[in-house]
Design a binder for this molecule. Structure first.
Ligand SMILES: Cc1cc2nc3c(=O)[nH]c(=O)nc-3n(C[C@H](O)[C@H](O)[C@H](O)COP(=O)(O)OP(=O)(O)OC[C@H]3O[C@@H](n4cnc5c(N)ncnc54)[C@H](O)[C@@H]3O)c2cc1C
Length: 403
């Protein structure tokens, strides 16, 4: 069924997040960004507002709302700043939804419930110094030792590295079988041998926390293996289907913020005796932003609808992520252009938007990786079958009956 209207509940959530962003993020974000400061109380406030487990079923501590409500939350958060949408992307998109999809009941009780309630924060450790797009070249190892695994290795560019309590970590349990030898583990920050270190000097998302994870003989109990040994690659790719969805939705919010700032400036600034919005070439930039916003949103909601139906959506999510992030990057570039020299300074937020809009074109699949994926689908080199474990369809009342 196609419906382009937000439900009353979705509209209410949108208003709550917008108010939160306008009152509790926007007044402070420039200072946090300049200081490179991640404000942890924002996560606490997101928990107070029941936004840390938006589409996790209520039985697992979440709000039980649908995927497009998660999209709306991400859009509104990134209208403020990319940092907090990124935090929700890794906490809910990459970590909690992965526990919902692949976790056993004990893992859901121990890790998913506190995460969905926002009592604990989750993150996702896949990338390594020598392994980004090429996941199978990762080097972290997990060696079975009695009823534990011993993890050794290093991750880098991990969002929430210094703030998360739980990490989904991908490591080789069998080096000889390439990506079929990767396994997924739930690692707690408090486990001896684990440490983290933030990265300084980032181009954007400076109000976010990104950095390295180190595993020095970290003893992880066997019950923290997610799925089966060797399923890690499949689990990581399925996690990205959800993470990418939140990134795409957030990009819509980035475009919206560019539009709002640009429209305001178009009415304020005059050249050659008229508002700059009256010049055709400026109108073109505004029109491109609007087109990018509307098209991206449609792609996001289409992917969200497939998720609601419990159907595989790798192709649609990849397309939404690729296009929305490119549109957002272009919108931010044009927003600076519209502001002229003033856009080149932090007197206006558009320079932050431009810096922030670059990472989403790189993370959760670079522009090039998504381009190749889309071409491969069309050419018939790639097709998706339902996974052995799919996320439950929404509404979740059916799940409750099964349990
Ligand atoms: C702010 C930020 C936050 C992040 N958060 C996380 C996180 O929480 N968890 C996590 O695990 N990772 C995270 N990442 C890492 C991110 O996912 C990787 O940076 C991304 O996967 C790309 O990998 P790479 O940087 O190693 O680039 P590479 O894979 O080394 O790519 C370099 C260039 O080569 C191109 N390229 C690579 N392979 C091909 C190909 N086959 N065909 C054509 N072009 C190709 C790429 O598109 C890119 O332009 C984050 C990154 C950033 C910037």
């Amino acid at each position: 069924m196609m419906n382009f209207e937000l439900s009353q509940e979705q509209e209410m959530v949108r208003k709550v997040v917008r108010k939160f962003v306008d009152e509790e993020i926007n007044p402070y974000i420039q200072e946090w960004d300049e200081r490179g400061h991640f404000e942890p109380s924002v996560m606490k406030r997101l928990a107070d507002l029941d936004l840390m487990g938006v589409c996790i079923p209520e039985q697992y501590g979440g709000s039980g709302m649908d995927y497009n409500t998660l999209a709306i939350v991400c859009e509104e958060l990134e209208r403020g700043d990319t940092a907090f949408r990124t935090a929700v992307s890794v906490h809910t998109g990459l970590n909690s939804l992965t526990l919902l999809q692949w976790g056993n009941e004990a893992q859901k009780q121990k890790y998913l419930i506190p995460q969905a309630k926002g009592e604990k924060v989750g993150a996702f450790g896949l990338t390594e110094p020598g392994a980004g797009s090429d996941v199978a070249s990762l080097k972290t190892t997990a060696v079975k030792d009695g009823d534990h695994y011993i993890l050794n290795g290093q991750k880098t560019w991990i969002s929430l590295c210094d703030h998360a309590d739980h990490f989904l970590v991908f490591a080789y349990t069998d080096k000889d079988t390439k990506h079929k030898g990767i396994s997924a583990f739930i690692v707690e920050r408090t486990m001896p041998g684990f440490s983290s270190r933030g990265i300084k000097g980032k181009l954007g998302i400076r109000a976010g926390n990104t950095g390295e994870l180190f595993f020095d003989d970290v003893k992880v109990p066997e019950e923290n293996l997610l799925g089966k040994e060797g399923e890690g690659f499949k689990i990581a790719m399925a996690a990205l289907d959800n993470g990418r969805f939140t990134v795409a939705a957030g990009a819509c919010g980035q475009i919206l913020a560019c539009l709002e700032e640009s429209v305001r400036y178009c009415h304020e600034r005059e050249t050659f005796g008229k508002e700059i919005g009256r010049h055709q070439l400026v109108k073109q930039m505004i029109a491109n932003m609007e087109a990018g916003y509307q098209m991206s949103r449609l792609l996001v909601f289409k992917a969200g609808e497939l998720k609601n139906q419990g159907k595989r959506n790798t192709r649609e999510t990849s397309l939404a992520k690729w296009q929305a992030c490119d549109f957002a990057n272009e919108a931010a570039n044009d927003a600076v252009q519209i502001h002229g020299a003033y856009g080149y300074s932090n007197e206006y937020p558009v320079e932050r938007f431009l810096r922030n809009s670059k990472a989403p074109v790189i993370y959760e699949g670079t522009r090039e990786i998504h381009t190749i994926m889309q071409a491969d689908y069309v050419l018939g080199y790639r097709s998706d079958k339902p996974l052995s474990q799919m996320l439950p369809a929404w509404p979740y009342s059916d799940v409750k009956e099964e349990v």
